[in-house]
Design a protein around this ligand. Structure first.
Ligand SMILES: *[C@@H]1O[C@H](CO)[C@@H](O)[C@H](O)[C@H]1NC(C)=O
Ligand SMILES: *[C@@H]1O[C@H](CO)[C@@H](O)[C@H](O)[C@H]1NC(C)=O
Length: 343
């Protein structure tokens, strides 16, 4: 999701209501890819009767939400939505709406860092603002969640989530491979002092890029990796200087910086032959995250290799997206506030 709607800086809240305690873990099948789908997603069955929805698994979002048909056919204002793969979720009755006075509504607004106004007391309105200026409007609803597994047949948890009815100017009429977002972002920021990992510096091979250490944010919902503009400019020029002469810069509709090799790239192994530079993120306290070429390049349909990192103005952190986390086993321990990864 974050791709189309650009880097989301933390909007998360997966509100789980009881009774969930007995089911302590669950495994979901993950579908999708960085390119061309730009989403990794799981299937959640929501509602009564349950219907399937594809949710982008994103640690960069504080809120779980579905694109939603709140007002049905009677609605004068057309929902501004992109087209997901399934029919829009629609709350079946008034009881699904979380009232404004409810503590869940307080929690939502606290996580979003905004004040709630209860002008409409029967519903919990929210607005999510994204870095690129887009804003999403929605109301908080609760509904039944059923799991696509036989393992928990008696478990009927209720989930609170955003029912998004105006997904901002970026959604347009573009078809999307997902219906919404599974917001797993709570407490996933690595901040100095808060957690043992600390801030990090960016390196291309042995050269440090950008002078100051910055906060590291893992955002599985961003297909690409985002850096502050000035750092990105430096990264690109150092990278270009170190590339073999057999690579030719070419325009490609997918991303801004693409190269054509001696022959079209088809696989990660082809990339290895032409791209050598290793990007690394060195955390204070000595932990290093390695980003080899296959974790910063994508191969397009036309067989070009494109840089899967982007520079963003007014960004003061390194936002590590799905491309750089591929083939990594990442553990997000929200209770202990620890993150771990392993290739
Ligand atoms: C996400 O939620 C956590 C937990 O409430 C909060 O600390 C954090 O500030 C939220 N992030 C944003 C950007 O809203
Ligand atoms: C969940 O499903 C049960 C059984 O169909 C129903 O009685 C209940 O109202 C539903 N809960 C919500 C929040 O929709």
């Amino acid at each position: 999701m974050a791709a189309r709607w650009a880097p989301v800086v933390g909007l998360l809240l997966l509100l789980r209501l009881p009774p969930m305690a007995s089911a302590s873990s669950m495994v979901f099948k993950l579908d999708g890819n960085v390119y061309p789908d730009r989403h990794f997603y799981v299937t959640f069955n929501i509602g009564e009767p349950a219907k399937p929805y594809f949710l982008d698994v994103t640690t960069g979002s504080n809120l779980t939400w579905l694109e939603c048909d709140v007002c049905g056919d009677s609605c004068k204002i057309r929902n501004k939505l992109s087209q997901g793969p399934h029919p829009l979720y629609r709350p079946t009755n008034e009881n699904k709406f979380v009232p404004c006075a409810h503590s869940l509504c307080d929690a939502l607004h606290q996580d979003l860092g905004e004040h709630k106004d209860c002008l409409a007391p029967t519903q919990c309105n929210y607005e999510i603002k994204y870095l690129d200026g887009a804003s999403f409007l929605g109301v908080l609803v609760i509904d039944n969640l059923s799991f696509p597994t036989e393992k928990f047949p008696k478990t009927h948890p209720v989930i609170a989530f955003g029912c998004g009815y105006n997904q901002g100017r970026n959604s347009g009429n573009k078809a999307s491979v997902v219906d919404g977002v599974l917001g797993l972002g709570r407490a996933l920021r690595i901040k100095p002092n808060d957690y043992s990992l600390g801030r990090e510096t960016l390196h291309l091979d042995t050269k440090q890029i950008g002078a100051n250490p910055m906060e590291l944010v893992l955002d599985s919902g961003s297909p690409y990796t985002y850096l502050p503009d000035s750092v990105h400019v430096q990264l690109v020029s150092s990278l270009k200087a170190s590339l073999s002469k057999s690579l030719k810069e070419v325009p490609d509709p997918e991303l801004t910086l693409c190269w054509k090799g001696p022959r079209p790239f088809r696989s990660v192994d082809d990339l290895k032959k032409e791209f050598k530079p290793l990007v690394s993120l060195k955390l204070e306290h000595g932990v290093t995250m390695m980003i080899p070429p296959k974790n910063y390049l994508i191969i397009t349909e036309s067989g070009n290799a494109c840089l899967g990192t982007r520079g963003i103005r007014n960004l003061y952190m390194y936002l590590i997206g799905g491309i750089s986390l591929q083939d990594q086993l990442v553990i997000y321990d929200n209770e202990k506030e620890h993150i771990g990864w392993m290739r």
